[in-house]
Design a protein around this ligand. Sequence first.
Ligand SMILES: C[S@@+](CC[C@H](N)C(=O)[O-])C[C@H]1O[C@@H](n2cnc3c(N)ncnc32)[C@H](O)[C@@H]1O
Length: 272
Amino acid sequence: MDHLTDKEFDRVCTYLSCTIGLNMRSKRVLLDCRLSRERERFGFSTFSSYLDAVEAGTDNEVNARFIDLVTTHYTYFLRESRQFDFLRTTAFPELEASRPRRTWNILCAGCSTGEECYTTSMIAEDYGRGRNLPPVRITGIDISGKAIEKARRATYQPAHVEKVPPRWLSSYFTHNDGNYTVTGPVRRRVTFAQANLNDPDALRRRYDLIMCRNVIIYFDRETREKVLDNLHRHLAVSGYLILGHSEIIRSRAKFVYQKDSVYQKQPEAIIS
Ligand SMILES: C[S@@+](CC[C@H](N)C(=O)[O-])C[C@H]1O[C@@H](n2cnc3c(N)ncnc32)[C@H](O)[C@@H]1O
């Protein structure tokens, strides 16, 4: 098997940094291994010709598989569950008080295969029981078209639902051929779109709550700042931005830290 030369590795890293914002400089073995197999799979005789095809972007399958190979999609239902407790105990009660009639818009940025969106929808479903809440609209976006396809199918293997309580399993899923499929209103309030967070026009509306968990950790510093600025712009005043447990915002000018990697957007007047 051929290996990436220093020059080719640099070319891949530069491309990933400029397009998706990923910092892959410490992932040489992983990239080498995955892209070598990919080059052979498509029958490119050299890495250069494979990378030419990726950069040209004319073959959808080459590009979709490339994006899928360089991104990490690990996720499961109720991952980092304290943050879902925060939705139930703090974010949703505050929205109920401040936006009793207008649709609540929630964004899961970097939603992978959809488990985070559907978990949020299940929390909303439980919270809304016996209350007269406005509609809740949950949008999941991810750069990987393959992840978005799986999210739309909403069918999961048992390992992904291990943390799901039995009541949810029986109320919000159907069980077929050993897999679990999300159904009913919990599924209908979630929609998905393929989008690149590194694109300043990726987001269209203002959200009352944004989850962007275990995504910016993969970005280079510049992209992280750019993406956080964009999420800030699209978050309602006093809205919450929820990051992954190992992700932090260093500059606190725009967000106030709450707890468990939850940040609240500062009122506009305080931002210099
Ligand atoms: C590890 S998963 C996190 C899934 C979920 N948020 C969670 O915490 O369980 C990271 C996701 O971010 C997506 N991603 C990476 N770079 C992205 C970008 N520039 N724009 C949109 N999504 C991106 C990947 O495709 C991947 O599905």
